[in-house]
Write a protein that binds this ligand. Sequence first.
Ligand SMILES: Cc1ncc(COP(=O)(O)O)c(C=O)c1O
Length: 392
Amino acid sequence: MTFEEVQKELDENVMPTYARFPVAIASGKNATAKDVQGREYIDFTSGIGVNCLGYADPEWAAAVAAQAGTVQHISNLYYSPVQAELAEKLCAVSGMGKVFFCNSGAEANECCIKLARRYGAQALGMEGPEIVTLKNSFHGRTVTTLAATGQKVFHENFLPLTEGFRYADTTMDGVKACVTEKTCAVLLELIQGEGGVVPLGEGFVKELREFCTEKKILMMIDEVQTGVGRTGAFYCYQNYGVQPDVISSAKALSGGLPMGACLCTEELGGVLGRGMHGSTFGGNPVACAGALAVLRRVADPEFLESVKAKGSCFTEHLKKMPGISEVRGMGLMLGAKPEKGTPGEIAAKCAESGLLILTAKDMLRLLPPLTITREETDRGLAILEKVLKSFV
Ligand SMILES: Cc1ncc(COP(=O)(O)O)c(C=O)c1O
């Protein structure tokens, strides 16, 4: 198929909810994608933080193919050895006690929200428990995770949303102003990804942890974008030296297959009991095999160190790049503020020039595969520099 044929068929048959770049990707290897015409692109997006091992990683692909050729799906009516192995490893790497498997970030947050509401009702005797989230946050596109999202722009068109959320400024005073006798949990991202790659301060996060413990409020961290090695720790809270009560994880968890997870402490492990939650595909064996292949690589301290080193290399280069006024983020979750041109215009020109890059608010956003090579990094950054120069 030519690009035009792909574009025509998609535009005629798929709901127009996405603004797509005029690129049709047919294959890839590590951080290099190839379009239907055989043209190469350096990929600083990883499919929005999903392909942590890049395209077509041989070990990952072999694990997924082997599982697909053995048992592709069983329901959660039966025990799955591959799900059992993943659950054990994921709890160990996160320091959590129990996991619920689902298929996406929004679903993982839905599980956190249900768990928090049930905890509020059951353990704290609350009627209509409320959850505090932060302004400028993003937690998903389902009606309830939209309600959890602290950005009005996402709420438009879909009212009425689920009740029971309050949006706090990112300060202790801001959080305290939203906490009432009905507050059962605080849900937050440690780096607000869609909000423009905004890392939270360590002092605030540590103080919030203490405050939540004191008030018996659950600290729930949305690790959907920051998790699975992205920031140089397996989960970003490990960089902050805090242990949350509940986390959500998705995106990179299975290296490119749909998988989400909600993890909680052992103490909270029984809050959602039999029949209270479920998912047909949750913990699907093929997705679990993909996730085990990811964990084998990414949970290795040496691998995580390499992410930090790559992140420093990117940051150094970006800081020196003419046309970039600010660089922020952690590990390989980075934002760069352009001085001239909008992020959208720059990203479009990058795509024309052979580089795939993301945007978030007024920032260019970089989420390259954690396995990106030095050569791919240099090629991509050279394209970005050239594009930025054309805007001066
Ligand atoms: C922090 C965060 N939470 C939740 C989501 C929603 O994840 P999904 O698109 O897999 O539902 C995203 C997606 O970008 C995200 O960045």
